[in-house]
Every structure is written in C-alpha cells, then in structure tokens.
Design a protein around this ligand. Structure first.
Ligand code: ATP
Length: 242
C-alpha cells in the first residue's frame, strides 16, 4: 500500500535561462509547485517575476532549462496548447476585451469547450463572482478596475485549470477591493485549483502562501514557507518594509 501522502509535483521549473531577444533575464531559475499549494513569487521591480510566468507559459525566448507540468515538457509548446493541458495565466495588463460584454469575454475564454460546457462554466463563474452575474450583459470596458480583474480571472477559469498563474492581481486596486480579490483567490484555491501568484504586495501574498520564492536580478535568492519568509529579517528588510 502506498502511504506516501506527499501531493504530486504539478509544476517543475528547472534551471531556466530565458529572456527577450538578446537579453537574458532569468539566470537558472528553479522552482517547484505541488498540487494543491498556493505559491508566491516576490521580488523588486524588474527582478524577473513577470518573465518567469511568461516563460512558463511559452511567451519568452528560452535558452536553457526545462518547465514540466505534470511531467510534460512545456518548453517549445505554444500557449494555446499549454492552456489545453490545464494551465491558465492572467497577465498583469487588464486582459479583457473592452467592447465585448462580460458574457462574451467569458465565452472567449472557453472557445475550446463545447457549448454546453461554456454555459455551465459561465454559470459557475458568475456564481463565484456575483458582481459579474449582475453585469453579465454589460460591456467589459465599462467595468471598474476590480471588476475587470475579476473578469480576467473568471475568463482564465473557463478552462477549469489545474494551475492558475496570476500576475500582480492587486495592482492599482483600492484596499477593500484587494481584500475581496484575495478572498476570491483563496476560494478558487479551495475548489482544487493550485495557484502561483506574483505580487508586489509581498506581505499579503506570503500571508496566504504555502510556499514563497524571492527573486532577485533573475535568480532565486530565498525560498521557504510563507510563514518563515514573513518572519525572516532579510526578507522583512528588503520586501516587507520593516
Ligand atoms: P515588475 O514588478 O516591475 O513587473 P518583474 O519582476 O515582473 O517587475 P519583469 O517584468 O519580468 O520584472 O522584467 C525583468 C527584466 O526584463 C527587466 O529588466 C525588464 O526591463 C526586462 N523586460 C521585460 N519585458 C521585456 C520585453 N518585452 N523586452 C525586453 N526586455 C523586457
């Protein structure tokens, strides 16, 4: 009988060297995410956090290294294929189609699904984000910043991802909206979605994370449980405003 209760590794990034054009941004970045975790990646502006997410999602130039999702190599695969195997990415920029309605935006997220599944997922997601239910026929461009962020997350959830990657979801939002968003992120996690979150708001992200990684100049400098990083004097001084 197998008594090993360790959850399987969902995502494994091994010695990733990546960047843009001739510019190398990530210098041998390695990280692991186990199924069921919330993992956060923090670091200063320009450290390479967004580049890490983009690299996992096949949107940068990869020189060396490997990205394995459930054991399958992602390097060299196109983003739409990566999405199909259960990985969703909500980028930092407000990624909604402003002239389309909330419903149409969600439909776009589920373009690979059957009509029946699209209907079911929209029902599920709008129950999850009641404000989207109220605004389902409204043009996305007329939503508030927080509502748009929720729509972008809702759209990513259309494919029922196993891993959801969020790039600075709290950026530019009022504290109350950030509270609501973090509440929803934790609720999504409870629905069996593993989460990788990049945040400038390090205290907030480490507070909900099982594990955190600190990126400096394209390299992982520290990692540990969310709690241990919050208590680490070096992390406090550099990232938590202590
Ligand atoms: P921030 O918190 O400011 O978003 P970050 O840690 O996410 O920072 P990245 O956006 O990954 O950092 O940027 C890492 C480095 O890569 C920076 O020096 C940046 O100027 C560079 N960079 C980012 N995007 C591009 C691009 N499209 N082309 C060339 N260089 C880029």
């Amino acid at each position: 009988m197998n008594t090993d209760k360790t959850p399987p590794i969902l995502l494994e990034v091994i010695d990733l060297v990546a960047g843009y054009g001739p510019t190398e941004v990530l210098h041998k970045v390695s990280l692991n995410i186990s199924s069921g975790q919330i993992v956060t990646l923090i670091g200063a502006n320009g450290a390479g956090k967004t580049t890490t997410l983009r690299s996992i999602f096949g949107q940068t130039k990869i020189w060396k290294g490997s990205v394995k999702f459930l054991g399958e190599e992602l390097v060299g695969q196109k983003a739409h294929k990566i999405a199909r195997i259960g990985l969703a990415f909500v980028p930092q920029e407000r990624s909604v189609f402003p002239t389309l309605s909330v419903r149409e935006n969600l439909e776009m997220g589920g373009y690979q699904l059957s009509d029946r599944d699209v209907k079911e997922r929209i029902e599920y997601i709008t129950n999850f984000f009641p404000i989207l239910k109220e605004r389902v026929s409204q043009q996305a461009g007329t939503l508030s910043g927080g509502e748009r962020r929720m729509l972008a997350i809702g759209r990513a959830l259309m494919i029922k991802p196993k891993l959801l990657m969020l790039d600075e979801p709290s950026l530019g939002l009022a504290p109350k909206v950030v509270d609501l968003l973090f509440d929803r992120i934790q609720a999504i996690h409870k629905e069996d979605v593993t989460i990788l979150i990049v945040e400038q708001n390090a205290k907030r992200a480490l507070g909900i994370a099982d594990h955190g990684y600190v990126l400096e100049l394209g390299q992982i400098r520290f990692d540990g449980s969310g709690k241990s990083l919050l208590a680490d004097p070096g992390v406090q001084a550099a990232y938590l405003g202590a």
